[in-house]
Design a protein around this ligand. Structure first.
Ligand SMILES: Cc1cc2nc3c(=O)[nH]c(=O)nc-3n(C[C@H](O)[C@H](O)[C@H](O)COP(=O)(O)OP(=O)(O)OC[C@H]3O[C@@H](n4cnc5c(N)ncnc54)[C@H](O)[C@@H]3O)c2cc1C
Length: 358
C-alpha cells in the first residue's frame, strides 16, 4: 500500500470545480464576502463586492480568512495564524534525476509543525524542494526571502547529485491556515443554525479534502433538509474530460488531433509545449479562463524555464481574440494585476498592436 502520493493541486481543484459546473453549480469568481446579516441565529444574507446573496446554508471555507468570516456572524471561536511555506522549483530537464520522494529529516523537524519538507518530482516532471515553515503576521504575504531559499537549498540540494543553481527556474510561497490547536475545524456552528465551518485546513488539507468534503456534505444535507427536500441528483455526471494535453501525446495521436483542430499544431509556449488549441479550449472551458494565470493553471503555458517571458504576449493576444476582452484590461490574476497600459507611440501611429507594459 503506498503511503504517499503526488498530484497537481491546481489541476485537481480546477477539475472538481469544472465538474461541479457541468452538473449545475454556479461559480462566482472575484466575489469577496464583505459582511453577513444574521437574524434569530440564522444567516439571512451575505454581502459581497458583486451584490447580495440570500443563502440557505453557508460553508466557511475561506482558508486564512476563515476566522474573519466566522467573526462576521459573532462565531469566532478560533484564530488563524498564517504559516508560510517557501518552495524552490527546478527545470524539468533535471526531472530524470529523481523518481521518488526524498527527505532529510532532522530531530528538531520531527517534533515541529511541519514534516520538514523534502525533494519530490511533481506530476509534470519538475523537481520541487521544500517547503519550509515559519509563522508570519500577514495572511497574504507571499514574498520569498533569500536567506530562507538559501536554507532550503543547503538542506535539500545535495540529496540529489547533478543539480546546480542554474537549474532553478522559480521560487514561490504559500500560506497555511493554522489554528492555535493545530487541528482542522470541520463542524456545524454551535450558534449559527445555517453555518458550517471547514476552517484551519492547513497541511495536509489537500490530501484530506475528499474526507472533509464527505463530512461537510452530511452536515449541509442536515441543515438543508430542515428547509427543503434534498435529493441526490439522478443525472449527475461524474466524468469531466478536460483539455487534451499535446505535450504528453504520442506522434500519431498528435497528428490526428492537429488534423481535426489545426490550432493544436501551433505551439505558443515552447518551454512546456503548449499549443494555441489548448489555450483556446481553456478560455472556452466550463469555467472560462480569463487571465494569464488562469490560462497558466489550466494549460501550463508560462510554467517552464522562461516563466512566460516569451509566451505571455501571445497568450494575451489569444485571450483578446477569443474572449473579446480589451487587451488593456487583461490581468495577470484578476483585480489590480493589470499588465498593459496602452499602445506605444509606434503602435498608435501604425494602428498596430504594440503595447507598453506596466
Ligand atoms: C507551502 C504549502 C505546502 C503544502 N503542502 C501540502 C501537502 O503536501 N499536502 C497537503 O495535503 N496539503 C498541503 N498544503 C495544504 C493545502 O494547500 C491546504 O490545506 C489547502 O489548500 C486548503 O484549502 P482551503 O480550500 O481550505 O483553503 P484555500 O485553498 O486557501 O482557499 C480559500 C479560498 O477562500 C477565498 N476567500 C478568503 N476570504 C474570502 C472572502 N472574504 N470572500 C470570498 N472568498 C474568500 C480565498 O480567495 C481562497 O480562494 C500545503 C500548503 C502550503 C501553503
Amino acid at each position: 500500500m503506498p503511503t504517499a502520493g503526488i498530484l497537481s493541486p491546481y489541476k485537481m481543484t480546477i477539475a472538481f470545480a469544472e465538474n461541479a459546473v457541468m452538473n449545475g453549480v454556479e461559480v462566482s469568481l472575484n466575489t469577496i464576502v464583505q459582511s453577513m446579516e444574521k437574524k434569530d441565529g440564522k444567516i439571512l444574507s451575505v454581502s459581497t463586492n458583486r451584490g447580495i446573496i440570500r443563502p440557505k446554508v453557508v460553508i466557511n471555507a475561506a482558508g486564512v480568512y476563515s476566522d474573519k468570516i466566522a467573526a462576521m456572524v459573532d462565531d469566532q471561536f478560533f484564530t488563524i495564524h498564517p504559516r508560510k511555506g517557501e518552495i524552490v522549483l527546478v527545470d524539468k530537464k533535471k526531472g530524470h534525476l529523481l523518481y521518488s520522494i526524498v527527505s532529510n529529516p532532522t530531530l528538531t523537524t520531527s517534533k515541529s509543525t511541519s514534516k520538514g519538507g523534502g525533494v519530490i518530482k511533481t506530476s509534470e516532471g519538475n523537481i520541487l524542494m521544500g517547503p519550509n515553515s515559519y509563522e508570519q503576521p500577514f495572511k497574504e504575504d507571499f514574498t520569498t526571502k533569500k536567506e530562507n531559499i538559501d536554507e532550503i537549498l543547503k538542506k535539500h540540494m545535495n540529496i540529489i547529485s547533478g543539480l546546480s543553481h542554474a537549474d532553478i527556474i522559480t521560487y514561490f510561497a504559500g500560506v497555511r491556515a493554522a489554528t492555535y490547536e493545530e487541528d482542522f475545524i470541520v463542524e456545524k456552528s454551535e450558534y449559527v443554525k445555517n453555518l458550517v465551518h471547514a476552517a484551519g485546513i492547513q497541511s495536509p488539507g489537500l490530501a484530506s479534502a475528499p474526507a472533509i468534503a464527505e463530512d461537510i456534505e452530511k452536515m449541509t444535507i442536515e441543515i438543508l433538509s430542515k428547509v427543503k427536500d434534498v435529493k441526490r441528483k439522478d443525472n449527475w455526471n461524474p466524468i469531466r474530460k478536460g483539455i487534451p494535453e499535446l505535450s504528453s501525446m504520442k506522434d500519431k495521436e498528435r497528428s490526428a488531433l492537429i488534423k481535426k483542430r489545426p490550432d493544436y499544431g501551433e505551439i505558443i509556449c515552447r518551454c512546456e509545449e503548449v499549443s494555441k488549441g489548448e489555450i483556446i479550449d481553456a478560455i472556452n472551458a466550463p469555467i472560462p479562463a480569463k487571465s494569464i494565470d488562469a490560462i497558466k493553471r489550466r494549460t501550463r503555458a508560462g510554467m517552464g524555464r522562461c516563466q512566460s517571458g516569451f509566451c505571455m504576449p501571445l497568450v494575451a493576444k489569444i485571450l483578446e481574440e477569443e474572449s473579446g476582452l480589451d487587451m488593456k484590461t487583461i490581468t495577470k490574476k484578476g483585480n489590480a494585476s493589470k499588465i498593459l497600459e496602452g499602445k506605444t507611440r509606434k503602435g498608435q501611429n501604425e494602428g498596430g498592436g504594440n503595447y507598453e507594459a506596466l
